[in-house]
Write a protein of this length. Structure first.
Length: 348
C-alpha cells in the first residue's frame, strides 16, 4: 500500500465495521483530495458473530496492525458511529426562538427514545426550505447516540494512539462520498455484513433513515440452511452466483440469495419509498448501492426491474485523486470504502 506524500495535513477515516476495519487517509490541498494510503482488515467469523464489546481488544489489535501495514502518516481520525447505534428521525416543530430549540428537542427525544436523555448525545439541524411564505413550522432532523457507545469508540481510538477529531454517523459520511451536489432525491442502500442501511437524501438532506438487520451473513446462512453446506461453501456460492436471471435454471443457492433480497430487502425498500412519496410527494431519481454486498452479481439489474428506478453502484472515489495504476484495486473495494472515504472528506 503506497504512500504518496508525507505531509501532516491529512486525515484518517476509520470505520470499525461488523465485518472489517477499514481505513483511508486523504490529504487535502487546494480543494482537492489526494489518496495517501488505505487498508482493510477483515475480521474472522467468530468476531463477526460476537458482540463489539466482547471483541474490544481484538478490534484494538487489528486497528493497530492495519495502521502499521498501511503506514499512515497522521494520528488524526474522523470515525463513524455505526448507523445501528444511532437514532435518526425527522420531526415538525412550531417556529421558535433559537434559545428554546435545545429544550424542545430534548422533549421530543424523551418522547421518541426509550433511554434517559442525559445518557444520549443529541444533534439536530433544521431542514432548509424554499417555501418561506406563511411558514408556521419547521422540520428538524434529530440524531442521537447513547453516550456509552460513543465512550466505547473513544476508548478504542485512545488505546490505538489515535486522536479522534470527529465522530459522526455513517449516513453523513456516505452523503459526502456518494451523493452529487446537484439537487435530486437519492436512495442509498448500504448493504453490509450484518446490517443494511437505507437512506433517502433529498437535495443532500438525509430525510429518511432505516436500518435492517439483514446483510451478507444473512444470505450466507440462508444458503447454509437451504443446502446443508458449510458457511465457507455457502459464501463461495453467494459470491460466485448472485441473483439468478430469468434465463438461468436457478441453482438452489441462487434461489436462497434471491429469497433474502426479494422478501427482506426489496419489501423494505418498497415500503420506504412509498412512505417518502406519501410524505414528501416526490419521486426517487436514483438508487445507489454500496457496502460489500453491492458486489452481488445482477443486483442492480434486479432492483431496477422491480423498483423501476435507475440503479447504480456508488463510486466513492469520484472526488479523490490517486495514481492511475491503482484504479483497478480501488474500483474493486469502492463499495466497502464509501463510509471511510466520506469520513476523511470531512477535513476543512
Ligand atoms: N462478491 C460478493 N457477493 C456478495 N457479498 C459479498 C461479496 N463480497 C463481499 N461480500 C459481503 O459483503 C459484506 C461486507 O460488506 P461491508 O460493507 O464491508 O460490511 P460492514 O460495513 O458491515 O462491515 C460481507 O458479508 C461480505 O461477505
Ligand atoms: Mg459498513
Amino acid at each position: 500500500m503506497p504512500i504518496f506524500k508525507r505531509k501532516k495535513t491529512s486525515i484518517l477515516g476509520i470505520e470499525l465495521g461488523s465485518s472489517a476495519i477499514k481505513v483511508v487517509e486523504l490529504e487535502k490541498t487546494n480543494q482537492h483530495f489526494q489518496l495517501v494510503t488505505y487498508g482493510i482488515a477483515k475480521h474472522d467469523r467468530a468476531v463477526i458473530e460476537s458482540s463489539a464489546q466482547l471483541n474490544k481488544q481484538h478490534r484494538i489489535d487489528s486497528l493497530r496492525r492495519i495502521l502499521n501495514e498501511a503506514r499512515v502518516t497522521t494520528h488524526k481520525v474522523v470515525a463513524a458511529l455505526p448507523a445501528i447505534n444511532v437514532f435518526h428521525t425527522t420531526i415538525e416543530l412550531p417556529l421558535m426562538p433559537d434559545k428554546d430549540m435545545d429544550s424542545a428537542i430534548h422533549w421530543e427525544v424523551k418522547r421518541l427514545i426509550p433511554l434517559p436523555v442525559d445518557k444520549m448525545s443529541i444533534d439536530w439541524h433544521i431542514i432548509p426550505t424554499n417555501n418561506q411564505t406563511e411558514k408556521k413550522s419547521m422540520r428538524v432532523i434529530i440524531t442521537a447516540a447513547p453516550k456509552e457507545i460513543i465512550n466505547h469508540y473513544m476508548e478504542i481510538f485512545k488505546q490505538a494512539n489515535l486522536q479522534l477529531v470527529g465522530l459522526e454517523t455513517e449516513i453523513n459520511a456516505m452523503r459526502r462520498s456518494l451523493i452529487s451536489e446537484q439537487p435530486g432525491n437519492y436512495l442509498v442502500i448500504d448493504f453490509g455484513a450484518t446490517n443494511t442501511n437505507i437512506v433517502i437524501f433529498a437535495d443532500q438532506v438525509p430525510m429518511m433513515v432505516r436500518n435492517v438487520e439483514i446483510g451478507g451473513e444473512t444470505i450466507t446462512m440462508n444458503i447454509v440452511n437451504a443446502m446443508q453446506v458449510t458457511t465457507d461453501r455457502a459464501e463461495q456460492f453467494r459470491n460466485s452466483l448472485g441473483i439468478p436471471t430469468k434465463d438461468d435454471a436457478p441453482h438452489p443457492a441462487a434461489r436462497a440469495i434471491q429469497f433474502v433480497i426479494d422478501s427482506m430487502i426489496i419489501k423494505e425498500l418498497e415500503r420506504f419509498i412509498q412512505t417518502f412519496k406519501n410524505t414528501e410527494h416526490k419521486n426517487i431519481d436514483q438508487v445507489i448501492i454500496t457496502g460489500g454486498c453491492a458486489h452481488l452479481k445482477n443486483l442492480p439489474e434486479h432492483l431496477e426491474k422491480i423498483l423501476k428506478i435507475n440503479v447504480s453502484i456508488g463510486n466513492p472515489w469520484q472526488k479523490i485523486q490517486y495514481a492511475q495504476d491503482l484504479e483497478p484495486d480501488l474500483a474493486a473495494i469502492g463499495s466497502e470504502m464509501a463510509v471511510v472515504i466520506g469520513l476523511a472528506l470531512k477535513q476543512k
